[in-house]
Design a protein around this ligand. Structure first.
Ligand code: PLP
Length: 369
């Protein structure tokens, strides 16, 4: 048997996306910057995707969308605009936010609680400390490791009170839970991408308020209204648009994975009562479970599960194949020892009860010898 339980890393392209791509591939050369008929066709496909994506988060006319190549680029671009100002981000951010923020002269990493939610007193105190004209607060909406969902309402009003702009990385939330920009208290910037929910790797977006500043990170031919140069990745963008067009049914499919996730957590807790399930008391993504049992290293679990054909990841899956204790879990107050035992299962619409039972059988062999 084979079980792919790593959808927060990337997901299989959906059938709708595959069909769309096959039809596009038969159209031949498509560069949206060309002014001839093929170029105009490509442009039309890209603009349809843009509209569908904006519609998927109920963006009003105050917002615009810039396509990028990946969420890492989106996050880096936004943060690079605040080099002269100050950026505050949470300690549980993805490394594509924490990395560029840590390079800035004026930055602060906001403490989080044991669910990974930011400490509002720490945010408020540190927003007061920076007397810069431009301030940005960057807070992840749904955590990629634990699935914890953050309530952005109070964060947003605190940003407004201190004249700071708000960015949220909603990469893991888009396609998994239903939300509008209004539900997120209308942030100034949001990052989303499509490869976690059935689209291709190679396209992501910055959705921004038109009045929020954005200088490009990649400069060249002036594509994307000058916000991001380079020939558009038509196939990936078309797949993004296709996911957006079907967002309601994709979310419904991901919501169904919660029953399997809850079944899994109940079983592992029975097998090892000392299991820690991270962010269990927080609202969470329906498909994500991150847990640790003391003395059971990430390496041992990942290798043995892989030998049985089961794909899971350590908490921090995006770290180029490295296995390291997760910075996010440590920031939540857990010891290095527990953090180095954490594994993450992230389910997708294709997963079955039989696959979860297969995982449980193999995990029991590793955890209960
Ligand atoms: N932000 C979050 C929350 C993520 O989970 C990821 C990837 O897992 C990224 C950003 C970076 O995405 P990418 O590697 O596609 O650029």
């Amino acid at each position: 048997m084979f079980a792919y339980l790593d959808h927060n890393s990337t997901s299989e392209p959906s059938i709708l996306v595959k069909e769309k791509l096959i039809s596009l591939l038969s159209q031949g050369a498509l560069n949206s910057s060309s002014i001839h008929s093929k170029g105009r066709l490509a442009k039309k496909i890209i603009e349809e995707s843009r509209m569908n994506i904006l519609h998927s988060v109920q963006a009003n006319n105050d917002y615009e969308l810039v396509f990028t190549s990946c969420a890492t680029e989106s996050n880096n671009t936004i943060i690079s605009n605040f080099k002269e100002g100050a950026v505050l981000c949470s300690a549980a951010e993805h490394l594509s936010v924490l990395g560029p923020v840590s390079k800035l002269a004026n930055h602060y990493v906001i403490k989080v609680n044991d669910n990974g939610h930011i400490n509002l007193d720490d945010l408020s105190a540190n927003l007061k400390k920076f007397d810069k004209k431009q301030k940005l607060v960057s807070v992840i909406f749904a955590n990629n490791e634990t699935g914890a969902i953050q309530d952005l309402k109070q964060i947003s009003s605190m940003c407004k009170a201190h004249g700071a702009l708000l960015h949220t990385d909603a990469v893991q939330a888009w396609g998994r839970i239903d939300f509008s920009l209004n539900d997120l208290s209308s942030p100034d910037y949001i990052t989303i991408s499509c490869h976690k929910s059935g689209g291709l790797i190679g396209a992501a977006a910055i959705i921004k308020k038109k009045k929020a500043p954005l200088l490009p990170l990649i400069i060249g031919g002036g594509q994307e209204s000058g916000f991001r140069a380079a020939t558009s990745n038509l196939l990936a963008i078309a797949s993004f648009g296709e996911v957006a067009k079907n967002i309601k049914s994709i979310i419904a499919e991901f919501q169904k994975t919660q029953a399997l996730r809850d079944f899994l957590e109940e079983k592992i807790k029975k097998l090892r009562q000392d299991v820690v399930i991270f962010a269990k008391t927080s609202p969470r993504l329906p498909n994500t479970s991150c847990f640790a049992a003391k003395g059971l290293s990430q390496e041992l679990q990942l290798v043995k599960l892989d030998l049985a054909g089961i794909c899971v990841s350590s908490g921090a899956a995006c770290s180029s194949g490295r296995i390291e204790p997760s910075h996010a879990i440590k920031a939540m107050g857990y010891s290095n020892e527990i953090a180095s035992c954490a594994i993450r299962l992230s389910l997708g619409p294709q997963n079955t009860q039989a696959e979860i039972e297969y995982f449980i059988k193999h995990w029991e062999e590793i955890a209960c010898q």
